[in-house]
Design a protein around this ligand. Sequence first.
Ligand code: ADP
Length: 162
Amino acid sequence: MSIAICPGSFDPMTLGHLNIVRRTAHIFDRVVVLVMYNANKSRPMFSIDERVEMIKRVVWQYENVEVDTYDGLLAEYAKRFESPVIVKGLRAGTDFENEFQMAQINKTINPNLETMFLTSSQKYTFLSSSVVRELASYGADLSEFLPREIIDEVLTKAQGGK
Ligand code: ADP
């Protein structure tokens, strides 16, 4: 059985992330959306548990997609599967250097681990969770950027609500 891991911080999951997950689910038998702690991203909007719960609500209709979380190294997490493949989205320009470095490092830690990239859909090339957080703080219409299941939650959180 082919297994893909789609890792990220998903704070929150955008339509760009969902586009990558959906396309990955067409290619692989099983897809794990892995919500990771990211020490470089201080002050997250949502807790890890909140993100997991929100993503589950978005992907529930995809039979071969599951959601998990891990607070260690991705390459270590991947060791629990036989031939896992990391699948990541590549947006315009900026993602490349970082992703290239991460893929090399992961392969060094776990030689069994391949990384594949799907190019971002044109529509989502400039979409990021941080842009969404910024827009949400102004109460903007987020329907072009977020899965509809989580729009209200993001707006409420951004306006300081619980
Ligand atoms: P962000 O950079 O928005 O905080 P994450 O750290 O959650 O996102 O990113 C997880 C993965 O999703 C990365 O591989 C990233 O390149 C990819 N990704 C994020 N946004 C998009 C998008 N709009 N289109 C395609 N891939 C994306």
